[in-house]
Ligand binder design. Structure first.
Ligand code: SF4
Length: 355
């Protein structure tokens, strides 16, 4: 049996007759959050029975929820083959009164999703990488995370959320399924989440960045840079041997960027490793000519970690240098810091609100 979530609406319409049934099924699942064919009452009984014999809907089972004092929630899901993944819901803005418009402003959310079970990349600062790679997630297992989280938090289907592919795994190492998920998320009968609200974060697989660019999905790009010279980056991210900084910058320069958007560069600040003024100067030079935004992230040591958290004054000085040299830079307050995370840096990597 396969999950119906693995299918685009077009694929589903080729499977079911008459094809408008595909729209109805999509609406029940993605807009009414129904995970059982039996409850889809505008479908004839015989048809619902047929669907149940061939497909299942939800490939995830919720194992555990942890809630941080700032309202972030981390979910541990079990897949049908008993492997586990995590997904994080980040409330970016609470519901409130907007003085400017004189209207009630609705809450804003970002959902951080996983794309693989484990990861091949093996970054030195990350717990997920240390545990090795198991398998890619299917497109349905990727989309199911958002669907499930929206449902259990009663986030209305019409409420847009931002998606960041920043949980477990390297999304561009699972390019085909991630690109398919971007399209399924965007379907107007589905969750209707525009690609411009979806950010794919990569450790810098240059050739895959080029492939993603050529597919022109409209999704935004975030690069985990973390260092400005190959020697330092190689220590933090062994993948840099195969894809060095120069190749990443060249791939980013070719990437189609929405006029109103920027490429995000994530920079994990680690004491004594990459937090010097010299690094700040090199970063400005490196990103010259790119519509970039840098997100500085405090490294938060986990048990057994060889790295240390940077001093606040060094991070502030770094950010000030970037901003004063025309490189847009933010330092995000960490969200969900009191949630234990399976991906070592997951909780720190989620700080930014999408531009
Ligand atoms: S930081 Fe991301 S790319 Fe690096 S090992 Fe962890 S999950 Fe993989």
């Amino acid at each position: 049996m396969t999950s119906i979530l693995d299918m685009t609406k077009k694929e589903l319409a080729e499977e079911v007759q008459p094809s408008f049934r595909a729209n109805q099924i999509y609406q029940w699942i993605y807009q009414k959050y129904l995970f059982s064919f039996d409850e889809m009452l505008n479908l004839p009984k015989y048809f619902r029975d047929e669907l149940s014999k061939k497909y299942y809907i939800m490939p995830l089972r919720l194992l555990k929820t942890e809630e941080s004092s700032d309202g972030s929630k981390k979910y541990l899901f079990m897949l049908r083959d008993n492997f586990t993944i995590e997904t994080v819901l980040l409330p970016m803005k609470a519901e409130g009164f907007d003085k400017k418009s004189g209207k009630i402003r609705s809450a804003k959310y970002t959902i951080c999703i996983s794309s693989q079970v484990g990861c091949k990349i093996g970054c030195a600062f990350c717990l997920t990488g240390k545990n090795g790679f198991v398998r890619n997630l299917s497109a349905g297992e990727i989309t199911a995370q958002v669907l499930f989280v929206k449902k259990i938090n009663s986030i209305d289907a019409s409420r847009r959320v931002n998606i960041v592919y920043m949980g477990m795994g390297e999304p561009l190492d699972n390019l085909q399924n991630v690109v398919k998920a971007v399209g399924i998320f965007a379907d107007i009968d589905g969750l209707s989440i525009s690609p411009r609200r979806q950010t794919i974060s990569t450790s810098g697989l240059s050739s895959q960045i080029e492939k993603l660019g050529s597919l022109d999905t409209g999704a935004l790009l975030a690069i985990s840079l973390h260092a400005v010279d190959d020697e330092t980056r190689q220590k933090l991210m062994p993948i840099n041997k195969a894809y060095n900084i120069k190749s990443i910058i060249e791939a980013v320069k070719k990437f189609p960027i929405d006029m109103r958007k920027r490429v995000l560069f994530e920079y994990l600040m680690i004491k004594g490793i990459n937090d010097s003024m010299d690094s700040a100067k090199k970063l400005v030079k490196l990103l010259n000519g790119i519509k970039a935004k840098v997100n500085l992230i405090y490294f938060n040591p986990h048990a057994g970690s060889e790295f240390q958290r940077p001093n606040e004054k060094d991070v502030m000085a770094f950010a000030e240098f970037l901003n004063s040299h025309g490189l847009l830079c933010t330092i995000r307050q960490s969200k969900g810091l009191d949630i234990s995370a399976a991906c070592g840096q997951l909780k720190q990597r989620l700080e930014y609100e999408l531009a």
